[in-house]
Design a protein around this ligand. Structure first.
Ligand SMILES: [Zn+2]
Length: 130
């Protein structure tokens, strides 16, 4: 981490969508599109690669209540397919789309904070260099 920037909690900066280094610039230029760099401190966001992590978490958390709702509608109310489409469909969208953005912001901020990067193989002869 840079010396002139104190470490900032990934929860505080990530959930608010702020730069993980300075805490003032913004992470996104669109709904889920990362900026190239922080507009305040110039931190290059090329390190950020949350991949499908946010979608994975959303699927894990949203699928259980959605399936439970669909099964409850079918068993308790003998809901038609149209009722399932118009009740379970919007419920699924409401539980999936809103958490994506804060989860992606938190994951990017955590990558910066914990210096997470792709794994590298190190050979035995240069293991003591770092
Ligand atoms: Zn910044």
């Amino acid at each position: 981490m840079d010396q002139k920037y104190p470490p900032l909690s990934p929860l505080k900066t990530g959930v608010r969508g702020l730069c993980p280094r300075c805490g003032r610039g913004h992470l996104f230029s669109g709904f889920l599109t990362l900026r190239k760099e922080c507009e305040v401190c110039g931190l290059d966001y090329a390190f950020a690669d949350p991949a499908d992590g946010p979608a994975f978490f959303v699927i894990c958390f949203a699928s259980v209540p959605t399936v439970l709702l669909a099964v409850w509608l079918a068993v308790a109310h003998h809901a038609s397919i149209w009722a399932q489409i118009f009740v379970t469909g919007p419920f699924m969208i409401l539980t999936c789309i809103p958490p994506l953005r804060p989860l992606k912001r938190w994951r990017v901020a955590s990558q910066y904070f914990y210096k997470a990067e792709e794994g590298k193989l190190s050979r035995g002869d240069d293991a003591g260099e770092e």
